[in-house]
Design a protein around this ligand. Structure first.
Ligand code: FES
Length: 163
């Protein structure tokens, strides 16, 4: 299955747009509606493709360009579908000093993607994060809610295999 197939699937479900229409109705006359509507739209579709942005633009009577600007500016919004699992590799100072860059290279090599990208099978999305608050375990990464510390490159394949 390719990313394209999945994209077609999510926007092809009419109920999704029906739900989004209800969200827009609910927020239409409220101030500062745009961000919450975008968040809810992302909850519904999993990401915010242009089709969804256009639907919101028309529904809230906001220029599409403004919406596109927000979606591309905030890291919380995705233009592409996200993977089932999110890898957050800490690039904070303590982790960086203890070799997070080498870990990053290993993950990139294993998955064939760069930071901010999702594997073609939609299994993993790779992100670089700020300090995760457990510097004593540096270098650290999180996969969803699981924390992995004192990482070495040779542990990466075995950890990824669990998912
Ligand atoms: S710098 Fe990585 S956990 Fe603090």
């Amino acid at each position: 299955m390719t990313v394209k197939d999945v994209r077609r699937d999510t926007v092809d479900i009419p109920e999704n747009f029906e739900r989004l229409r209800e969200v827009i109705e609910e927020y239409r006359d409220k101030k500062g509606a745009l961000i919450p509507v975008l968040q809810k739209a992302q909850d519904i579709f999993g990401y915010l493709p242009l089709e969804v942005q256009r639907f919101i633009a028309e529904g809230l009577d906001v220029p599409l360009q403004k919406i596109f600007g927000i979606v591309t500016f905030y890291a919380q919004f995705y233009l592409e579908p996200k993977g089932d699992h999110t890898i957050g590799l800490c690039m904070g100072t303590a982790c960086y000093v203890r070799g997070s860059q080498v870990i990053l290279e290993k993950i990139k090599e294993e998955l064939g993607i760069d930071v901010g990208q999702t594997t073609e099978d939609l299994k993993f999305t790779l992100e670089a994060t700020r300090c995760l608050g457990c510097c004593g375990l540096a270098p650290v990464m999180m996969i969803d809610d699981d924390v992995y510390g004192r990482l070495t490159p040779d542990r990466i394949p075995e950890i990824l295999k669990k998912y």
